[in-house]
Design a protein around this ligand. Structure first.
Ligand code: SF4
Length: 617
């Protein structure tokens, strides 16, 4: 490999043959797909030529770092997990922070490609450029925190652990892959923990001590120093940031209330501000490997346990009619320990609550649990049942789309999802941009799928000024999705370009722009990318994910929002009377993408992007 930053090595793990082989990273793959999610998409497209069930043993599971992971580049301490999603049946990707990506790179590996199904629970142990499949029977049934502790006892405290809990073992369709024990870094979305469970892979433990070589170390260090703002570390500064971010979210009307049915939950704003203010003033920020800034979403208590974040506070709180943050923290702990996505878990429980309110299910169905909006103990009890697939929990463990099919009686009216993925905690009625991004994302309803490169002339839009704009939104979303794919290929944190969310950054810091991203990538690797070639790489990977979805049978008719977001007004807040006109924006979007109206790529677009026609496409 001529490029630095990469180790140049991927490991192919076959859990049936119990073999590990090495694959070199081809240089064109590095140039054209960068790393992370780009590598996973390109390799998936090569390996899976026909429509495939996400749970069959031969379906690949990817764990990928990026060319900047393990280097001094800030916000690079994240990794990508990808596979076909058992929740949606299409492309699935999720990202987690912590120490795991840096450890993998320092073990001399860029990524893992895992196929097959072991005949019993196993641990994949990676160290010094090699991997071994070891017996994991003793870990069966353990939660993710206990799993991490047990593995560290076996392999030493220096290893980083990604693991599934009972929910992944039970193939709950929205099970997560959790890293770093109680610090609970979650690759949450799309049910990739269930894929790990289907392979009988309980955990991946990585130990790495080799430095990651970069092409121009001195220049890279200088560039980073010149760019980073002065850090302000007082608790008062952090508390003010947290208060601004969460006040903005609540007043913008981003949180769902009672399964997105209502607009306001009395006492919610006060409870949220008290909660996050308390984190900032009395608890500890958690910083992923190499992160200089920390963020409002990463705090731990004295025991190292992760504290509530927006994506637990809203889905497990207001969406279920619950404003008691102690209950939400308990639910979040359960999600993290047992390994389920807090967004989909909240979506499933609030869906169940509305079915209960509408009389589609009764106490008999719920094993006596009064699944009413606002009932905290009921939400906690149902969450446990979901993770264990017990009683009605087994229905909700299928995700809201499948659960609605099982319940019948028109329950799909209450299953608030896109392509099968439950909606996250940013109401798409509040911004047309977000609405179109949810409707078209290759994963389904996803709030991190479109990012702003922050370069003059390419800025997506001032979100507040154009929140209800129609013209230009299609092309802006397409561009934003391409740039988010760049960040996820590198793999850089989604907060890297959201300075407002970073605790220690000075007020007014806007975060990283594409200008720095290009410079740091080139200095780290020795490549010669510019903004245009980097955006093209993002667009290429995005289109490959789209091709995979077409092969899985996901038609353009799935590019839609749930009718709750297009047919029912929120009724309060700045977007109280607005419904996003998704259909009107889609034409512009498809045209910006160079797709036909049925979502198929034109031959010309495939050629321009260098995507070969393979398999069923
Ligand atoms: S901003 Fe937050 S999530 Fe992102 S790398 Fe830093 S600590 Fe981790």
């Amino acid at each position: 490999m001529i490029y630095k930053g990469y180790t140049g090595r991927l490991l192919l793990v076959d859990l049936v043959a119990r073999s590990v082989t090495e694959k070199e990273v081809p240089e064109p793959l590095a140039r054209q797909y960068i790393g992370g999610v780009g590598f996973a998409a390109a390799l998936m497209n090569e390996m899976v030529a026909v429509k495939t069930d996400p749970f069959v043993p031969e379906a690949p599971l990817f764990f990928m770092a990026g060319p900047l992971s393990g280097t001094m580049v800030p916000w690079s301490g994240r990794h990508c997990v990808a596979a076909l999603s058992p929740l949606t049946g299409i492309w699935g990707e999720a990202f987690a922070g912590g120490t795991w990506a840096a450890a993998l790179k320092r073990a001399g590996i860029d990524g893992l490609i895992i196929t097959g199904r072991a005949d019993g629970p196993v641990i994949l142990k990676v160290a010094d450029g090699r991997a071994r499949i070891e017996d994991g029977a003793l870990l069966q049934g353990m939660d993710t925190w206990a799993t991490e502790a047990a593995i560290k006892k076996m392999y030493g405290h220096a290893c980083s652990v990604s693991a599934i809990g009972p929910a992944g073992e039970n193939r709950v369709r929205f099970a997560s892959v959790m890293s770093d024990g109680p610090a609970a870094r979650a690759a949450g979305r799309c049910g990739l923990g269930a894929v790990m469970g289907s392979k009988n892979l309980k955990a991946i433990a990585v130990t790495g001590g080799r430095p990651v070589e970069v092409a121009h170390a001195e220049q890279l260090t200088r560039s980073i120093r010149a760019f980073l703002p002065q850090m302000v570390k007082t608790p008062e500064h952090c508390a003010a940031k947290a208060s601004r971010v969460f006040t903005m979210f609540v007043r913008d009307g981003r949180h769902g209330v009672n399964n997105w049915r209502d607009g306001d939950l009395p006492g919610f704003e006060e409870a949220v501000l008290q909660e996050v203010g308390g984190h900032a003033l009395h608890e500890r920020p958690y910083q992923c490997a190499g992160c200089p800034t920390g963020c409002v979403e990463s705090n731990v208590d004295g025991s190292g346990r992760r504290l509530n974040v927006w994506e637990s506070i809203a889905p497990l709180g207001s969406q279920c009619g619950i404003a008691d943050m102690a209950v939400v923290q308990k639910a979040y702990d359960l999600c993290n320990r047992w390994g389920v996505d807090s967004i989909s878990a909240g979506g499933a429980i609030s869906f169940g609550m509305e079915c209960f309110a509408e009389g589609l299910i009764s106490l008999q169905d719920t094993d006596g649990i009064e699944l009413a909006f606002g009932n905290g103990p009921a939400a906690l009890a149902m969450l446990e049942k979901i993770c264990l697939r017990e009683g009605f929990g087994a229905v909700l463990a299928e995700g809201t789309r499948r659960a609605a099919g099982i319940i019948g009686g028109g329950a799909e009216r209450f299953a608030i999802e896109v392509k099968g993925l439950e909606a996250p905690a940013h109401d798409p009625r509040a911004h047309n941009f977000l609405a179109l991004a949810y409707a078209t994302d290759t994963r389904g309803a996803n709030h991190t799928g479109a990012a702003d490169p922050g370069i003059e002339g390419f800025d997506l839009m001032d979100m507040q000024a154009v929140r209800f704009a129609v013209e230009g939104t299609g092309s802006a979303v397409a561009r934003g999705q391409n740039y988010a794919t760049v960040l996820n290929s590198l793999v850089l944190c989604a907060f890297s370009h959201a300075g407002y969310a970073q605790y220690y950054s000075a007020d007014g810091f806007a975060g990283v722009t594409a200008r720095q991203v290009v410079e740091w990538l080139n200095l780290a690797t020795g490549m010669e990318h510019d903004f245009a070639s980097l955006m093209l790489a993002g667009e290429r990977s995005y289109n490959v994910k789209h091709v995979i979805n077409l092969r899985q049978g996901c038609a353009a008719s799935e590019d839609r929002l749930h009718e709750r977001f297009t047919g029912r007004m929120r009724g309060c807040g700045p977007a109280g009377e607005h419904l996003p006109p998704v259909a009107a924006m889609l034409e512009d979007y498809y045209s910006a993408r160079g797709w036909h109206a049925d979502g198929m790529l034109t031959d010309a677009r495939m050629q321009e992007l260098g995507i070969a026609k393979t398999g069923d496409i």
